[in-house]
Write a protein that binds this ligand. Sequence first.
Ligand code: DON
Length: 569
Amino acid sequence: MKTRMILIGFLIGLLITLFSLISCNGIQTEKLFQNGIVVCADPISAEHGLEILKSGGNAIDAACATAFSLAVTLPRAGNIGGGGFAMVYLADSQKVFFIDFRETAPSGSDATGFLSGERKVDRAKATVGPLSAGVPGTVAGLYEMHNKLGRADWTSLVKPARLLADTGFITSNYLAESIESYREELSRFASTGRIFLPEGVPIKAGYKFAQKDLSRTLGLIEANGRDGFYSGEVAEAIEMFCAANGGIISQKDLLEYKPVWREPVLFEFRDLDIYTSGLPSSGGVVMGQILSMLETYGLEKYTSQSPEYLHLFTEAARLAYADREQFLGDPAFAHDFTEELLDQQYITTRLQLLDTERATPSTEIMPGVPKRQESDETTHLVVADKEGNIVSLTYTINLSYGSKAVVDGCGFLLNNEMDDFAIVPGVANAFGLTGGEANKIESGKRMLSSMAPTIILWKGQPYMALGSPGGSKIITAVAQTILNYRVFNHSITDAVNAPRIHHQWQPDILYTESGTQGIRVIQELISRGHTVKERTPFCAVMAIAYSKEGHFVTGAADSRRDGATVLGF
Ligand code: DON
């Protein structure tokens, strides 16, 4: 018996090594896991997710536990006061589900509170304080996702986060540095200062960081599910805090908040089926346009950092982001242009504007005319379990530490997502994005997002799952990672860590990450007419990829961010 066990163990080991060696896209150098994987922005939270997988929970359960945990360990982005989107693949039915838990504009919202002149947006009002917050969707979204697709007991998913907030954890360098760099903003509200700057001083690395109020709030969510947040004392506290600080979220808004199951955007790229976010995120439509345009050019003849490819990518992004501005918004309030904008004939027409040699100034690129048919914070996590289920989830409070306003007594930050609306049409938001009628502020409406949690299937089997923070740059970061992996044959680690570029039509600037592109490439891009600007590295892609046979999975967490972790077993 013992010899048989040893032999089986040896054979499994041999099999793993063999698959590692022959697997596609160079993933042979990376660690492969058979039983489950968590990729997220913090090691403690990755551990919390992994524990759930190990104790028999599925990927949906583990994603919920990881998300609650990140609300404690990564306060600048992890949250219960924000919202997001998740893509879920169920191995059993081979179906993909997409849940939208984006924030909504509180009732009574309009642009006036954010203006400082007739056509001027007051940046501070749009991004700081409770008026900048949409009605949070995270708790309702996680609860709904778990109710429909989870398996483990709800309380077991919130408990680890609640305990961690209560006992505290040792502050890492990156958390301390991040709090220090937002020192001034985090002192603006006493309720926020008390947490991040006790006695007026930012918490330091090595300090045991406990968040007692947050722990109590998590306790109510643990015991009462979504009601623990959207009614009772937390809802009362949100309403009171908002009213006292210029915000307008009411208990009624909270009670009425609903996450929505939607059809994901699905498009083909080569032999892959790419499932990505639909409206009210622009992520899927814009990425679909970029990749469909690039399909035309037989990219294999280039390398992932060649000026020829970078030029084509930029021009495709310029065209796609021009359409984003004009056509996209919450489909409950504006016509849903997804189909029209991804229509192959329309893409072909738009391609006539793409000059393969020279940059076309953005002022010469207007949004297209699709045939209308009648009829610097976010975080991404990916979890997969041994049955083959996957969750790819992006959630956010928008900018780092959201509105900087902690709901007094509840210990969590409110988002500043109202800035993602086109407060004044044509006037740029924090990400330099402009928008029009489709994304104007209206009560109950979801503000347009760029989040792009993505799951990719190859011949019906899981191939890759990924996503990123980075505001408007999310879409180009995810698109480049897919191209790096599928077209340029990078390993998943290299695909995630390779230098990136970004262009979003307006401003007409091609962004590169400082120090990553050789001078020759930059000069070549400038000589093609691009205005190139370097900036600090952007986005933080979290990704997993499967061996060709689908049995083994590996992951990569962007080395641009401290704390980003891959754990598996
Ligand atoms: O929904 C959006 O597109 C933005 N609110 C996301 C913000 C973001 O990714 C910030 N991260 N660095």
